[in-house]
Design a protein around this ligand. Sequence first.
Ligand code: ZN
Length: 123
Amino acid sequence: MIKQHDGEGTTMYKYTGCPACKSKKRHFEERCKEAIKMGVAKPGFLVPLAYGERLVADPALEKLAPLGTEIPTITYATEICKDCGCHYSPMVITGKSKKQLTTGAEQAKQTGKPKIWKPGDPV
Ligand SMILES: [Zn+2]
């Protein structure tokens, strides 16, 4: 396992092999290399089986916390071992996020146009 701190509270954990059989072959990673060879993806292209990021807080308490409160976060990507089929996370990032308001104006700066969220829209 490789552990890297950024000095600002974020830590990246990289696991070089399967925790069950120690193989370094991964299904999605190898498919991405094949896509690059076939010219349908740019060098460095890598998609995982799944990717997620979450705030780690009890929703009932998080909604009562004042703006500026720091909340633990976790981000991960998962893969499938090519030799034994084990699902595992080759990469996990832990950190903190400050609770803040997001306005349409801030979003417009990032995307070029404001987004009006409707019930059922993906976040
Ligand atoms: Zn394995």
